[in-house]
Design a protein around this ligand. Structure first.
Ligand code: KIV
Ligand code: ZN
Length: 559
C-alpha cells in the first residue's frame, strides 16, 4: 500500500447543501420495492440462472410481496428474452405485479425489448446510459452534450414504440448510470432532457432511478446528492425518485436509508445483496430495519429460511453466517454474559408478553424477535468454550426440560465448560445432557440403590433400603420426618460421613403417566463442604433417594 495514498486517490467532493433537510427526518413508511435479482443480481453470477431457476426465483419474489420485479435484459440474450416471454405467455405474472426490463439506448435493442413485452399487462421499460466523467471520457470518448443526446434519443425511441403494446400499462424508468459519480447538476440536466421527451404527468410519472453504481463516497454524500436532485427537479410531482445502491464501501444499506430520508420513493435491490462486485443493496436488511422500528415494510419475510433456500438453490451463492437477519449465526450468542442477558430477557418477555398484544420488544442482544422471521429461540443460545453456566442451563431446560437450581448451575457450568474446552468445538444440547447424566445420574459407586421401602405414622417415617456398597449387599434402616431424612439417617448411622440435606427441588420430566421425575439435592457435610446430586425415576420418592446417593457418591469420589 502507498505511504501517501493522496498521490493516487482523492477525496470525493461534497455536495454544497448547507440547509440539507434529511438529517432531521425520520422514516415512517416503506418505499416501493423493486427487486433486481433477476437482472442485476443475475448479471453478477458466474453461472447465470437458467429459465427454470429464474422462474423459481420470480415466484419466491412474488410470494414475498414484491410488486415491481426487474425480470431481465431481454435484448441481451435468448435466455433473457425467452424468460420474459415465458412469464407472459404462461400467465405467471399476478395482476398487481409489474415486470421491468432493462435496455440500453440503442434502437435495435429497444425494438427487441418491446417484442419481449407483447401481451404483458403491466411493464416498465428501464432505459439507461452512463453519465459520469470517467465513463464519458474513457468509455465513450464523448462530451456532456453527446451523453445527454444519447439519453434523450433513447427516450424518444422508447416513446415512439409505446403504441406497439396497446394492451400494456407501460411505465418508463430512466437511470443516469454512475449517477453518484456524476456532477449532480449534469445528472439533473440529463434527467430533465429525458423528462422533456417523455412528458410525464402526476398520474403517469417517470421513474428516475439514481444509481450508486459504484459506491464512491460516504452515505451522507449520496443522501445529499438525492436531496439536491429532488429539490432542483422542475416537476417533482411527475417523478418517482428511485434508489439503486451497490455496496463497494460496505455501506449500501446506509446509503439507501439516508437516501430514503432525503426523499426517495422507491428502492431497488436484491435478496441478501447479491450483485456485481460486493453486491447490490440487500433489500431484506432495509425492510427488516424498518420492521424493527415498528414500520410494516410491505414485504413478507416471515419465512426467511425458505427464502434463503430458494436463493441459494437458484443463484448458487451462499448466505454468509453473519448476513444481517438471514445468517445462521446472527441470533446466536456463544458468550456467557450475552447468554445470561438473553436468557433473562426471554424470560422477562414471556411474562411481559403474556396476553398482551402491545408488548414492546427490548431484549438484550436480540435486535428483533427471531420468531418473527421464522427463526427459533433454540438457535439463540449455543454452547462452546466461550459459554458460561447460563447457556448450559438454558439448553438443558429448553431442549430437555431440565431446570437446574441456580446453585447447581454454578457447580455444573464449570464442569461442562472444562469438557467443552477439551473438545475444542461447539457442543449440542444432547451432548450437554450426556455430560450431565455422566456427572450426576449414571453414578454406581461406592453406593448403589437396589431397593427402598418406607412405612410410618404420626409424622415419623421409617425406611428400609437395600444397597450395594462397593459391590457388597447391605440393608440399612433409618428414621426421620420424611423419606429423605430417614434415608440420610440410615446412611450416616452406618458408616457414611455425617451430612445433611441443604437444598432440594424436583420436577417432572415430560408429561403423561409414564413421565419420570428429576430431583436435585445438595448435601452439606459437617466441615461445610457441599455436593449436588440428581436422581431420575418414575417415582418421585425414589428420584430424591437416588439424588441423595448421587451427591454422596460424588463427594466420596471427589473429596
Ligand atoms: O448499478 C447500476 O447503475 C445499474 C443500472 C443499470 C441501473 O444497475
Ligand atoms: Zn446496479
Amino acid at each position: 500500500m502507498l505511504k501517501e495514498p493522496a498521490t493516487k486517490y482523492r477525496p470525493f467532493p461534497p455536495v454544497s447543501l448547507p440547509d440539507r433537510q434529511w438529517p432531521n427526518r425520520v422514516l415512517t413508511a416503506p418505499p416501493t420495492w423493486c427487486s433486481v435479482d433477476l437482472r442485476d443480481g443475475n448479471q453478477a453470477l458466474a453461472v447465470p440462472m437458467n429459465v427454470s431457476q429464474k422462474l423459481e426465483m420470480f415466484e419466491a419474489l412474488v410470494r414475498c410481496g414484491f410488486k415491481q420485479i426487474e425480470v431481465g435484459f431481454p435484448a441481451a440474450s435468448n435466455t433473457e428474452f425467452s424468460f420474459t416471454r415465458r412469464l407472459i405467455e404462461d400467465g405467471r405474472i399476478p395482476d398487481d405485479v409489474t415486470i421491468q426490463v432493462l435496455v440500453q439506448a440503442r434502437e435495435d435493442l429497444i425494438d427487441r425489448t418491446f417484442d419481449s413485452l407483447v401481451g404483458a399487462k403491466r411493464a416498465i421499460v428501464h432505459l439507461y446510459n452512463s453519465t459520469s466523467p470517467a465513463q464519458r471520457r474513457i468509455v465513450f470518448g464523448l462530451g456532456k452534450p453527446e451523453i445527454l443526446a444519447i439519453a434523450a434519443r433513447g427516450t424518444r425511441w422508447v416513446k415512439d414504440r409505446v403504441g406497439r403494446l396497446p394492451g400494456t400499462d407501460l411505465g418508463f424508468q430512466y437511470s443516469p448510470e454512475s449517477f453518484s459519480a456524476t456532477e449532480v447538476d449534469f445528472a439533473l440536466e440529463v434527467c430533465e432532457a429525458v423528462a422533456d421527451v417523455w412528458q410525464p404527468t402526476p398520474e403517469r410519472p417517470i421513474i428516475f432511478n439514481l444509481p450508486d453504481t459504484v459506491e464512491v463516497a460516504m452515505p451522507n454524500v449520496y443522501a445529499d446528492q438525492i436531496e439536491w436532485f429532488i429539490r432542483h427537479l422542475r416537476r417533482r410531482d411527475c417523478a418517482v425518485i428511485s434508489l439503486h445502491t451497490h455496496n463497494d464501501r460496505g455501506t449500501g444499506t446506509a446509503a439507501t436509508e439516508l437516501g430514503m430520508l432525503a426523499g426517495a420513493d422507491r428502492v431497488e435491490g436484491t435478496l441478501f445483496g447479491n450483485g456485481e462486485r460486493t453486491g447490490n443493496l440487500d433489500i431484506v436488511s432495509v425492510a427488516l430495519n424498518l420492521y424493527m422500528n415498528g414500520i410494516d415494510p410491505g414485504l413478507d419475510l416471515g419465512n426467511l429460511g425458505r427464502l434463503v433456500d430458494v436463493y441459494e438453490r437458484c443463484t448458487g451463492m451462499t448466505v454468509p453466517p453473519r448476513q444481517p437477519y438471514a445468517g445462521e449465526l446472527v441470533f446466536t450468542a456463544f458468550s456467557g454474559s450475552h447468554q445470561d442477558a438473553i436468557r433473562k430477557g426471554l424470560k422477562a418477555w414471556e411474562t411481559q408478553s403474556e396476553g398482551a398484544s402491545d408488548a414492546i420488544w427490548d431484549i438484550p442482544y436480540l435486535a428483533i424477535d427471531p420468531r418473527d422471521i421464522g427463526r427459533e429461540y433454540s438457535e439463540v443460545i449455543r454452547v462452546n468454550s466461550q459459554s458460561g453456566k447460563g447457556g448450559v442451563a438454558y439448553l438443558l431446560e429448553s431442549e430437555f426440560g431440565i431446570e437446574l437450581p441456580k446453585d447447581m448451575q454454578r457447580e455444573f457450568g464449570p464442569i461442562a465448560n472444562d469438557a467443552v474446552d477439551r473438545l475444542g468445538r461447539e457442543v449440542s444440547a444432547a451432548e450437554l445432557r450426556s455430560m450431565f447424566w455422566r456427572e450426576y445420574i449414571d453414578l454406581t459407586g461406592p453406593w448403589q440403590l437396589t431397593g427402598f421401602r418406607t412405612s410410618g405414622d404420626g409424622g415419623v417415617v421409617r425406611c428400609t433400603s437395600a444397597l450395594l456398597r462397593e459391590g457388597v449387599a447391605v440393608e440399612l434402616r433409618g428414621v426421620g420426618n420424611g423419606p429423605i431424612a430417614a434415608f440420610v439417617n440410615a446412611l450416616t448411622s452406618d458408616g457414611a460421613p455425617k451430612f445433611e440435606v441443604a437444598q432440594y427441588s424436583e420436577h417432572s420430566l415430560g408429561a403423561g403417566e409414564g413421565a419420570s421425575a428429576i430431583a436435585y439435592i445438595q448435601i452439606r457435610f459437617a466441615d461445610g463442604r457441599t455436593r449436588w446430586g440428581a436422581g431420575v425415576d418414575t417415582n418421585i420418592e425414589l428420584a430424591s433417594i437416588k439424588a441423595v446417593l448421587g451427591a454422596l457418591n460424588r463427594a466420596l469420589a471427589l473429596p
